[in-house]
Design a protein around this ligand. Structure first.
Ligand code: UD1
Length: 376
C-alpha cells in the first residue's frame, strides 16, 4: 500500500513467542485498512527456528522490516540491548505511534524508548495483573501500562486494575482478544494430534502414539528455575502419566533446567513424550484434542478456554481471571495433592465446560485498528 499524507504510520514490535500470535491479526487488519501502515520490528528476543521462524511462516506474519538481533541474556542485558538498538529505528522511521503487545521484556524495552521520545504508545493486552511482582511479566505489564497512551484490554477486569493504578479510563478500550483471533483463524489448519504424536514416536521409537493424552507445558522461572519445585512437579506429573500419557513440548529454558536437575531420566522412563517446541498449528491440534492441559503459560489458559478443553494451571495466580470465571481453567499451584485432585476431577468427567468470554470472537484486531484510526 502506498503512503499518503493522511496515512498514519505505526511501528509494531514483537520479540518472543507469545507476541507472534498477537501481532499476526493486527498486521493483517492494518494491511486491509486505508488509513494506516505498519513497520514491523522484531527484537530478536526469541530467535531459534522453533521459537520464531515457524510462527512467522505458519501465521503468515510478514518478514520483519527490522530485526534487532538482541538474543538471550540476563533481563537487564536483554532489556538494555533492546533499548539501545530500538532507538535508532524510531529516529529513522519517526512513526505516529509504537504498538507493543503482551508483557515480555521486548514490550517494556521498546515502550520505554518510545515514551522518552514523546511517541505515543499503544499497548495491546493491557491491564492484566497476577498480583505477583516476583513474575518478570508483572513488572513489564505495570510499567508498560503506566506509559501507554491507548490501552486495549482483553477482559473487563483489566479496566478495574488500570483505574486502581491511576490510569485514566479514557485511554482504555475493550477490544477482546487478538490471541483468539489467531486461534479461530487457524483452527481449520490445526495439525491432527495423532500426526504430531506419531512423528514423535517414530523419532524416539518409545511411547505409544494413540489414545487419550494430556498436554503439558512448563517454562515459568518460578516453576523451572528452582530445582525443588521442578522435582516436585515432575514427580506428580510422572504419577499422573500412569493414568493419562502426557505429551510435553519442552521450552529451551526448561530443557536446560531438567538436565541441570538430573530429572530427564525420570521423565524418559514414564509415558511422557518429550517434544521440541512445537509450531502454532501443531500446538493447536495438541490442545484441541487433549483430555486435559497442564500448563504454566498465560496464553494457553486463554486458548484452552476458547477451545473448551479443561486447563489445570500450575501456578499460584493468574492474570487472566476470566479463564477461571467463564472458562475451563482451574489454578491449582504446585502442590502435588492439588494437582492430582484437579486431574481426578477431569478424569471423572467433572471438568469445567466453560463459555466463551465476551470479545473472544475473532474480530479483536479489526476493532483495534478502527479505534486507532480515530485515536491517532
Ligand atoms: C519469555 C517471556 C515469557 C514468555 C516466554 C514464552 C520475558 C520476561 N519472558 O520467556 O513471558 O512466556 O518468553 O516463551 O520476556 N532460548 C533459546 N532460543 C530462543 C529463545 C530463548 O534457546 O529462541 C533460551 C535461552 O537459553 C534463553 C532462555 O531460553 O536464555 C529464556 O529465553 P528468554 O527470552 O530470556 O525468556 P523466556 O523464558 O523464553
Amino acid at each position: 500500500m502506498t503512503s499518503t499524507a493522511t496515512q498514519r504510520h505505526i511501528v509494531c514490535v514483537v520479540g518472543a513467542r507469545p507476541n507472534f500470535m498477537k501481532i499476526a491479526p493486527i498486521m493483517r487488519a492494518v494491511a486491509a485498512t486505508e488509513g494506516l501502515r505498519a513497520t514491523l520490528v522484531h527484537t530478536g528476543q526469541h530467535y531459534d527456528a522453533a521459537m520464531k521462524a515457524s510462527f512467522f511462516d505458519q501465521l503468515h506474519i510478514p518478514e520483519p522490516d527490522v530485526d534487532l538481533g538482541v538474543g538471550s541474556g540476563s533481563h537487564t542485558e536483554q532489556t538494555a540491548n533492546t533499548m539501545l538498538r530500538f532507538e535508532p529505528v524510531l529516529d529513522e522511521h519517526r512513526p505516529d505511534a509504537v504498538l507493543v503487545v503482551g508483557d515480555v521484556n521486548s514490550t517494556i524495552a521498546c515502550a520505554l524508548v518510545a515514551v522518552k521520545k514523546g511517541i505515543p504508545i499503544v499497548h495491546v493486552e493491557a491491564g492484566l495483573r497476577s498480583g505477583d511482582r516476583a513474575m518478570p511479566e508483572e513488572i513489564n505489564r505495570i510499567l508498560t501500562d503506566q506509559i501507554s497512551d491507548v490501552l486495549f484490554t482483553t477482559e473487563h477486569s483489566a479496566l478495574d486494575n488500570l483505574v486502581r493504578e491511576g490510569i485514566s479510563e479514557d485511554k482504555v478500550v475493550f477490544a477482546g482478544n487478538v490471541m483468539i483471533d489467531t486461534l479461530l483463524y487457524n483452527l481449520a489448519d490445526a495439525v491432527p494430534a495423532a500426526d504430531t504424536r506419531a512423528a514423535a514416536a517414530d523419532a524416539s521409537e518409545s511411547h505409544s502414539s494413540a489414545g487419550d493424552y494430556g498436554l503439558l507445558t512448563l517454562h515459568r522461572p518460578s516453576n523451572v528455575d528452582d530445582p525443588d519445585t521442578l522435582a516436585r512437579l515432575v514427580a506428580v506429573l510422572v504419577e499422573i502419566s500412569a493414568e493419562l500419557p502426557l505429551v510435553f513440548p519442552v521450552h529451551p529454558r526448561t530443557r536446560a533446567r531438567l538436565a541441570d536437575a538430573g530429572l530427564d531420566a525420570a521423565l524418559a522412563a514414564a509415558p511422557i513424550t518429550l517434544l521440541p517446541p512445537q509450531g502454532y498449528r501443531e500446538m493447536l491440534g495438541l490442545m484441541r484434542e487433549a483430555k486435559a492441559v497442564f500448563t504454566d503459560s498465560g496464553g494457553i489458559q486463554e486458548e484452552t478456554t476458547a477451545l473448551g478443553v479443561p486447563c489445570i494451571t500450575l501456578r499460584e495466580s493468574t492474570e487472566r481471571p476470566i479463564t477461571v470465571e467463564a472458562g475451563t481453567n482451574v489454578v491449582v499451584g504446585t502442590d502435588p495433592s492439588a494437582i492430582r485432585a484437579a486431574w481426578e476431577t477431569v478424569r471423572d468427567g467433572h471438568g469445567k465446560a466453560g463459555r466463551q468470554p465476551e470479545g473472544w470472537d475473532g474480530h479483536a484486531a479489526e476493532r483495534i485498528v478502527q479505534a486507532l484510526l480515530t485515536r491517532l
